[in-house]
Design a protein around this ligand. Structure first.
Ligand SMILES: C[S@@+](CC[C@H](N)C(=O)[O-])C[C@H]1O[C@@H](n2cnc3c(N)ncnc32)[C@H](O)[C@@H]1O
Length: 259
């Protein structure tokens, strides 16, 4: 499990913040909920949620200690937010949360069934879950491009037996995965997104933070040329420096309604 650079992420995550802010504003809340934010990263979105539930509370969970360290350092007045190091595939929360959310984290989880089982276990009987993450589509993704680069002779010795660290779910399979976790999908959508970083340099910075699973296998001097190769190859697909295209799966889930 990669330890993401929390301070670096806080600096370059405008894209993720825009995606999650959009989703958070769409969540109806009474203001009293107890909320779990799975894969909370630097906690920016977790704090947005905390502000929306002033009489409730939010727990942000992330396996990356550096992300949690950054999340804990924010200097604001919110008293109803807490952060813990934790992984969705091993978390042990039971029946505690009215709302479980996860933004752009679950595509880093290979075992989707276990992730949804643990999300289901964390929910109260009438709780709901809102998840949003990158899903499979017809175009090669930036992560697919990074995997292709690992096969190059220059890089392959560093990536012997390197397992693909991400999973882009086929949206059509979500209802079955949810059912295996005793959840039903209440609503589901896929949106084709384009994000213009404005320059190759800005896109490279974003990739450098987000490619931690790959760069953790490289000596520091090899990280910039590896990321540059991925960006160059991806640019040849989009035709425009700094342009990023991805699909966002958004789904709302709950336990099946009792008869
Ligand atoms: C792109 S960041 C998203 C952070 C935040 N949710 C946001 O929208 O800004 C992805 C996060 O997923 C986390 N992550 C990766 N694997 C995870 C797992 N198994 N369980 C929970 N979080 C995970 C990473 O540590 C990272 O902080």
């Amino acid at each position: 499990m990669a330890d993401w650079d929390g301070a670096g992420y806080a600096h370059i995550s405008g894209l993720q913040r825009a995606m999650a802010t959009d989703a958070v504003s769409a969540v109806p809340v009474a203001g009293t909920e107890r909320v779990l934010d799975v894969g909370c990263g630097d906690g920016f979105v977790t704090r947005l949620l905390a502000a929306r539930v002033p009489a409730g509370s939010v727990l942000g969970l992330d396996p990356s200690p550096r992300m949690i360290k950054t999340a804990r350092t924010a200097d604001d007045q919110l008293r109803n937010v807490d952060f813990q190091v934790g992984d969705v595939t091993t978390m042990t929360c039971t029946g505690e949360f009215d709302l479980v959310v996860s933004f752009n984290a679950l595509h880093w989880v290979i075992d989707q069934t276990t992730a949804y089982q643990h999300i289901a276990a964390a929910l109260t009987p009438h709780g709901r879950a809102l998840v949003q993450y990158v899903c499979a589509g017809p175009r090669p993704s930036i992560e697919d491009t990074a995997m292709a680069v690992t096969a190059d002779p220059r890089w392959s010795p560093a990536f012997t037996d390197f397992p693909r660290p991400y999973l882009h779910l086929d949206p059509a399979t979500l209802p079955t995965i949810a059912a295996a976790a005793n959840l039903v999908v209440l609503a589901q959508s896929v949106t084709d997104r384009t994000w213009d970083f404005g320059s190759r340099e800005a896109f490279t910075q974003w990739c450098t933070v987000g490619f931690t699973d790959w760069t953790a296998h490289l000596p520091p001097t090899e990280i910039p040329p590896f990321v540059a190769e991925v960006v160059t190859r991806y640019e040849s697909l989009t035709g425009t420096p700094g342009l990023f295209r991805f699909l966002q799966l958004r789904a709302e889930l709950s336990h099946p309604t009792p008869e």
